[in-house]
Design a protein around this ligand. Structure first.
Ligand SMILES: Nc1ncnc2c1ncn2[C@@H]1O[C@H](COP(=O)(O)OP(=O)(O)OP(=O)(O)O)[C@@H](O)[C@H]1O
Ligand SMILES: [Mg+2]
Length: 256
C-alpha cells in the first residue's frame, strides 16, 4: 500500500518544494520507501536531488501514453552520492511547461499521472508530489490521484486568499467527496504577534483540517536549498530539522 500526498497551493513561494524535499527525506530516513515526483517546470525539487540535467523526466508520461513510469524513477542524489535512506525522484524540467500547455485539449488529461502511477505505486510507501504554483493541468493531475492534499500557507495578510478557489477545484476534480485536505502552517515567526493572531483567527474557518505541526521560519531552510541539501543533511541540529521530524511523525500517524 502506498499513500500519495500532493503539496499544493496555487500561491507561489509558500513552501511546497521545501516541504516536499524535506518531508520526503524524513519519511525515507524513517525507512519508508519514498518517491518524490517533481510536477513543477521550475524543477526546484529536481535541483536538490538530481545531478545535472536529467535525461528523462515526468514530461514523458504526459507526452506519450505508452511511457514507462518505472524507467523515469531515479535514485535521489544527496551530497553528491546516491541517497542512503530509500528515496527516489522522478524529475522535471522546463519543457514540462510547454507539454502542459499542449495538453489542454486532450481527453482524460487529468488522469495521466494516476494511470501511470498504477505501474509503480506498490513499490513505495509514500509518493509525494511537488506541484507548481497554479491550478493548471499538472496540479489537476496531482489532485486527481492524491490520497492526501497538503496545502502549505505562510503567515501573511493574504495567506488564505485563494484557498476557497483551491478547495472548489479539489471538490470539482474529486466529485465533491474529498475530505483529506490539510493546511500546513509554514514560516511561523513568534515575534510577529499581531499577524500571527490575525492568521490564527482566520484559520478558525478550517478547523479540523489544520495540521498540528507548524514549520517555523528558519534560515537553515534557505541555506540548505542553496547547498542543494535536505535540511537535516545541512544542519542536523537546526530547528528546521526538528520541525520536519515532527512533520514526518505527524504524516506517519495519518497513514497508520
Ligand atoms: N520555513 C521557512 N523558513 C525560511 N525560509 C523558507 C521557509 N519555507 C520556505 N522558505 C524559503 O522561501 C522560498 C520559497 O520556498 P519554496 O520554494 O519551498 O516555495 P514553493 O511554494 O515551492 O514556491 P513555488 O510556488 O515557486 O514553487 C525559498 O527560498 C525557501 O528557502
Ligand atoms: Mg516549488
Amino acid at each position: 500500500m502506498s499513500v500519495r500526498i500532493a503539496l499544493l497551493n496555487q500561491k507561489g513561494g509558500v513552501g511546497k518544494t521545501s516541504i516536499s524535499v524535506n518531508l520526503a527525506y524524513g519519511l525515507a530516513l524513517e525507512g519508508g520507501d519514498t518517491l518524490l515526483i517533481d510536477l513543477d517546470p521550475q524543477a526546484h525539487a529536481s535541483m536538490i536531488y538530481c545531478d545535472g540535467n536529467p535525461a528523462s523526466t515526468i514530461n514523458e508520461i504526459f507526452e506519450r501514453r505508452d511511457a514507462d513510469m518505472g524507467s523515469l524513477v531515479q535514485t535521489a542524489i544527496v551530497d553528491g552520492k546516491p541517497s542512503e535512506p530509500p528515496l527516489w525522484i522522478v524529475p522535471s524540467n522546463i519543457r514540462l511547461a510547454v507539454t502542459a500547455e499542449r495538453m489542454i485539449t486532450e481527453h482524460y488529461r487529468e488522469r495521466r499521472l494516476h494511470t501511470h502511477l498504477q505501474e509503480v505505486k506498490n513499490r513505495y510507501e509514500y509518493i509525494l508530489m511537488d506541484c507548481p504554483p497554479n491550478l493548471g493541468v499538472l496540479a489537476v493531475n496531482a489532485i486527481y490521484t492524491a490520497d492526501i492534499i497538503m496545502i502549505p500557507i505562510t503567515y501573511s495578510r493574504y495567506s488564505l486568499d485563494g484557498t476557497a478557489d483551491l478547495l472548489e477545484s479539489i471538490a470539482l476534480i474529486r466529485d465533491g467527496d474529498f475530505a483529506s485536505w490539510l493546511i500546513l502552517r509554514n514560516a511561523f515567526d513568534a515575534r510577529n504577534r499581531a499577524t500571527n493572531a490575525y492568521i490564527e483567527n482566520e484559520l478558525a474557518s478550517v478547523e479540523g483540517h489544520l495540521m498540528e505541526t507548524v514549520i517555523r521560519r528558519s534560515e537553515a531552510i534557505n541555506q540548505a536549498q542553496i547547498r542543494r541539501l535536505p535540511v537535516v543533511a545541512y544542519d542536523r541540529k537546526s530547528r528546521a530539522t526538528r520541525d520536519f521530524e515532527k512533520l514526518t511523525r505527524e504524516v506517519q500517524g495519518y497513514v497508520v
